[in-house]
Ligand binder design. Sequence first.
Ligand code: ADP
Length: 598
Amino acid sequence: MFSKILIANRGEIAIRIMHACRALGIQTVAVYSTADKNARHVRFADEAVEIGGAAPRESYLNIPNILHAASITSAQAIHPGYGFLSENAEFADAVAAAGLIFIGPPADAMRAMGDKSEAKRRMKIAGVPTVPGAEEITSVETALATAETVGYPVLVKASAGGGGKGMRVVRSAQEMPEALEAARRESKNAFGDERLLLEKYIENAHHIEIQVFGDQHGNLVHLFERECSVQRRHQKIIEESPSPLLIPEIRVQMGAAAVRAARAVGYFSAGTVEFIFDTQTASFFFLEMNTRLQVEHPVTEMVTGLDLAQWQIRAAAGEPFPFSQGELRQQGHAIECRIYAEDADFFPSTGRLLKVIEPPNARVDSGIESGGAVSHFYDPLLAKVIVHAETRPAAIAKMRTALREFVVHGVTTNIDFLQALIAHDDFARGDVFTRWVETIFRWSPAPAPLELGRMAALKLTPQPAELSPWNIPDGFRLSAPAAFSLPEDWREHISVSQDAVCTWVTWQGQTTALERTRASAHGNAASGELRAPMPGAVRAILVAVGEMVKKGQALALMEAMKMEMKIAAPFDGRVVALTVSAGQTVEREQVLLTLEKS
Ligand code: ADP
């Protein structure tokens, strides 16, 4: 077994892996960017090495610097976590070339599965069902021809894709040219690769994936399924095991297909075979294989009782996995909710964390803490809440409590949104498909109760029982009724923090940011000033000063936290000023350009 491991990652997953190392008596080395000097994962490790600038390519994607950090600390193995270099076969090769062990699958298996087109070809040969379509799209014409054959709607995907990037649903021939262009551009920016594939878009699909695990001695098993259909922007937000949809026969078939897929590429270590499940025909198709530990691995750990991060390390060290398929059990029901720094429109939110209070009766895999920073350079995933109970309804009830108790102040999170999801009848029935959030689920943050500002003010400045309007701290824009009554026990149940702009209040499980100075809304149609909806980089300016534009036309492209976003014209008009240029980093609410109504 190793005595020291370097973790080439940050945030919650770095800490998760360090926990596994500790349990095995292994020393840990953290690496960090200049932006993460004071991050929680850095202090949690036994040693830490700075590896470069805030931008991922300078640090968490910087292979020479990571290898140098391993060398000066005498680490024997490197765990890549997920994201960053975790599915980069060149990195795995470089680790081996440096005489170290890469904690993950063989580099060749990563290569075979790393490319969606190549993976689909290999799966067809291995007898694993794949979605009808074409593995290579070289022109608009070939795309249109394939779409005609399989029937609309279709999905254009980046072959090198991941994280929902470079993916566009196309519902008619007219939409094809723009969709191809957008997918290609996004893929080029994100992966430096323009190749696309096209496949039938399956409506009302469920995303069901199978966890596999193998050792280096030929034992390869599956650890059952995870249902990951609650998604926004093609990205998972809630995962569970078992799937409420699967009947035992299909579970067996999917498990066998996943093991076949993994065997076809000589797999060992932890991996996930993702399937799209068509509820209309009750059939499943291979989507891709993720050759790493996944964000949602904890639900599998809860139902199987296996620590996957520990097993990855043990398998990398050559230990045999001692269980056969028949000895493995899926017990009870586990649910995970992902806590993201994002607003109700799913735009990333950044800033300083004023307060973080974790729920006491749930597993929380977290990378954040009070006083920490959420930077636009990295993924907005802050933490994961995982619960386990005997039945699905009991697990849902546990999750509702845990989410109500989770307090994060300083950045906007999706905690209230997750509470609404978990409370929905469709979720209770397990009747949730991948586009359910986009098409059916309707939610907006509840308006703050009138007395909230008053309660927050009182909490911040404790007052004698008798209230006078004169000793209430000023700044609040919420008006209170002339006479008001507060619930008797509110003081114990309210949590309040303050930064330069907002007073953050959590009461009855709901968090409200009361703005003391009102920031202007982005895309303000009246002023004609188009502002950045989130901090990030300007990718492209698509118009010139003096140009006439149509309502809805894309004027600029922004990128932040791994997402590309279109800044569209709110009305027909003329561009009167450009205040930023391509490549520039901008703050939230910074004016990008100004339009004049025509
Ligand atoms: P990525 O690697 O970018 O995450 P995936 O291929 O894993 O991309 O797909 C991500 C999500 O997109 C899936 O979970 C599913 O919701 C949706 N999706 C992908 N392919 C299809 C398809 N053919 N039909 C319907 N939905 C799909």
